[in-house]
Design a protein around this ligand. Sequence first.
Ligand SMILES: [Zn+2]
Length: 184
Amino acid sequence: MPTPLEPLPFETEASERDLTLMAQQLGRTMRGVHSIARRCACGAPAVVRTAPRLPDGSPFPTSLYLTLPSMVEACSRLEARGLLAEWTAELEGNEELQESYARAHERYLERRAELGSAEEIEGVSAGGMPTRVKCLHAVVGQALAEGPGVNPFGDRALEMAASDTTIEQCRCEVTPAMLEEEGA
Ligand SMILES: [Zn+2]
């Protein structure tokens, strides 16, 4: 038996209000919600933890899913600068980085396995791990959920975004307090 992982450091239960907020953040209903892995300073969900299999039976590999609009946008801006190709090329030539990224991949799979399994996605994590950097939203989702030192590219993206976007700084259009006022 492998040693179980430490619990996710920021994980909290998902409430009805969280589901409402996520639907507003994403413009659709988030399915397969297990918990909230990280929150914005205002309390809005930032990273949602989902089951490996959705209620309709389809497998869902991205079990740490970034929903916070300001952070989603920050990742998209970084991707638009060409970082995915740049970092993938860097990864190919850097053994140390390959090792830490492979550990992030393993951690992703272990973490997801805590919630069950789906054979269609066995060995498949997210974001292009372990050999490519294909989606900053996925690696940042893991970095925010697990804390620093787990995903090297997620940490790096958060550092690069930090001049205008951090998890400690709320930029939400809709916050839990607003919903509470509305009585939702
Ligand atoms: Zn917020």
